[in-house]
Design a protein around this ligand. Structure first.
Ligand SMILES: Nc1ncnc2c1ncn2[C@@H]1O[C@H](COP(=O)(O)OP(=O)(O)OP(=O)(O)O)[C@@H](O)[C@H]1O
Ligand SMILES: [Mg+2]
Ligand SMILES: [Zn+2]
Length: 232
């Protein structure tokens, strides 16, 4: 990327202008990109850094099911909010085993939607509850209510890894507030999970899962851990 300095425009020596560098984990944004508007928006949406460079186009669809998933994801991103009267607030429920690309797809859609001017937010569900607990135990200006207000007002919310959080009455009650709030305001939510619907029902209760089923179009990811494939 080109940077303006006091006397000249220079090309970043680290990435030679490409905006990204190669790391052990693949391409990552170069330091010179940190303050660009796009990355500021990603940070504000709490998108994990690992996924900054991942896109729907970098999702490899090698079988028919993956091609269907990719098409449905592109369609979802493209038509986001444009057919509100036909599909008010429909989201996606991405179900599948570990490493099958659920977070990749969810975050890629979120970035696409943010890039087109909508507001978006990513929460990994176990981390959300760690953060809520941290806020209760520290005197921070941010409160639990702020976290919920944001999550209930944003255009597109991603709840990643639902069912991976440790259960308690507190967790179930807060998840109900979040899911029901999105449901009542017809706001789109993308949820990913390793669990089956029946397992989710047992863990979270029928009322949360019933709402998720109405709010979200279910998409099953075929087995095959992409992380292990990369080890070969
Ligand atoms: N079809 C694919 N094409 C390209 N990259 C992929 C594909 N599937 C997975 N990946 C990559 O493999 C890694 C694991 O994928 P991801 O994190 O999306 O899996 P997941 O289904 O969310 O797994 P988990 O349930 O363990 O969270 C990521 O780096 C992701 O970008
Ligand atoms: Mg994931
Ligand atoms: Zn650079």
């Amino acid at each position: 990327m080109r940077r303006k300095t006091a006397n000249a425009t220079t090309v970043c020596p680290k990435c030679e202008g490409s905006g990204f560098v190669l790391t052990d984990e693949g391409a990552a944004p170069c330091e010179c990109q940190r303050d660009t508007e796009t990355y500021r928006a990603y940070r504000a949406a709490r998108i994990p850094r690992k996924f900054y460079m991942k896109t729907l186009d970098s999702f490899q669809a090698k079988n028919a099911r993956q091609r269907e998933i990719l098409m449905a994801s592109k369609e979802f991103a493209k038509s986001f909010r444009s057919q509100a009267s036909d599909h008010p607030g429909k989201g996606l429920l991405l179900v599948g085993k570990e490493g099958t690309g659920k977070t990749h797809i969810a975050v890629s859609i979120l970035k696409d939607v943010i890039g087109r001017g909508f507001t978006g937010l990513y929460w990994n569900v176990p981390e959300l509850f760690l953060e809520l607990r941290r806020l209760m135990n520290t005197s921070s200006e941010l409160t639990e209510a702020d976290i919920f207000d944001e999550a209930l007002s944003i255009d597109l919310l991603v709840l990643d890894d639902l069912g991976a959080e440790r259960s308690s009455d507190y967790v179930t009650e807060r998840l109900y507030v979040m899911v029901n709030g999105r449901y009542e305001h017809d706001l789109a939510t993308i949820i990913t999970t390793n669990k089956t619907l029946e397992e989710l029902r047992q863990q979270l209760g029928a009322r949360i899962v019933s709402r998720i089923c109405e709010m979200c179009i279910p998409i099953e990811f075929p087995e095959g851990d992409f992380r292990l494939k990369n080890m070969k």
